[in-house]
Structure formats: C-alpha cells, structure tokens
Design a protein around this ligand. Sequence first.
Ligand SMILES: [Ca+2]
Length: 217
Amino acid sequence: MKRCLFLILFIVLILNCGETPDTLVAPKFDKGAPGTALSSTVVHNFEDTYNPNLLDGYTGCGAGNGDAVTNDLTYLQFNSGVRSLKVIITHDKIKEGYIWMAFNFGPEIEKDAQGNNAPQKRDVSGYKYISFFINIVPDRVKFYVEMGDISLPTGQSVKVPVTVIRKFERWQEVRILLEDFKGLDLERVNKLIFSMNSDIETQSRVDFYLDDIIFKN
Ligand SMILES: [Ca+2]
C-alpha cells in the first residue's frame, strides 16, 4: 500500500513538472527562433545604454518653437535595475510647440525616401498592452503615446492621450490597450513616441522619470 502511494505521488510530481507556466502562453513575435515566443518585449529599461534601445533602434528627442526637452540616464530613481531616464521639459507658454521622445524599432539598416535610417517593423499584435512606469515631479501631466507602422508616411502616427495624476511619491504603471491605437497595423509597428503639445500642458516645466517600456499581456 505504501509503495502504491509513493508511486501515485511520483506520477503527480512528474505531471506537475510538465505543466507549462502561464507566462509562456506566447504572442506572435517576429524576432527570435521559432518556438521561442516571448511573454513580453522590452523597448527600453534604461540600464546599460541610452542608444540603441533594446529593440536595436535609435532613441531620440526634440522640441521646437521655444520648447525644450533633455533626457539622461540617472541613478536617482529607478523602477527596475539601478537606473531610469530623467526627462526635463520646458514650455514656451506663448508659442505652441510639439515635444517628442521617440523609440524607433531596429535594426535601422534600410533608408527611407529622405535617406534617413528607417525603423523596422515589429509584430506586436499578440500583445494586449504597451506598458511603462513613470514617476513625476508635478502632480499632473498630460501627454500622448503615439505609435507608427511602416505603411504610414514619415512623421505620421496614431495617438492616444494619457493623463498621469500621481504626485512624485512612487512609480506608477501606465498601461494602454493596443486596441486603443485605432487604425494602427499592429503587425508592422515601427516606432513608439511620447509627445506633448504646449497647449495641453499648463506647467511651464515638467520633470519626470521613465522606466520599463514594455509590450505585454
Ligand atoms: Ca531601469
């Protein structure tokens, strides 16, 4: 009888070992060998280098019409690892400007019509969210998350507005459903952009920290 119980216990253990964890229920993803589908794709975690990002693409920022944006890897704050990205934005309250921080998807080996390195397409259709962590100095910040696909002309994207209310106390995760990017071809996404228009932001200066930009389910 004892031997029989041991046998049953052994079989149960074997069956449990063979179970596939939920995290491996995978989306479609066009990088990596077949059968190695991933449960998430990290765009940037701001740990080792600013450029290239973890999708082998170029990360850059800019502003016009009197506005300014700077960003730097910093040890002052982090959600993962030991570093995050510190972003400082200043607005010209008189003029209307556009401020952007772009994460192109790489490797950027092809040229577009203007001769610039062209971001490469990624299939993110198997994911449910684009997620990122933010920690902010002012108690309210409004911006857009934009994404482009390779069928859109250069400079065009699909925008989703985001308002973060949390004060500079702790990291806050923001998740945006990918289905909210109406009309975007999720099988051929080539860039992710954080942007602001001066006219939607009342603060003259916004400091915030950004970490762990991830496509996930
Ligand atoms: Ca980090």
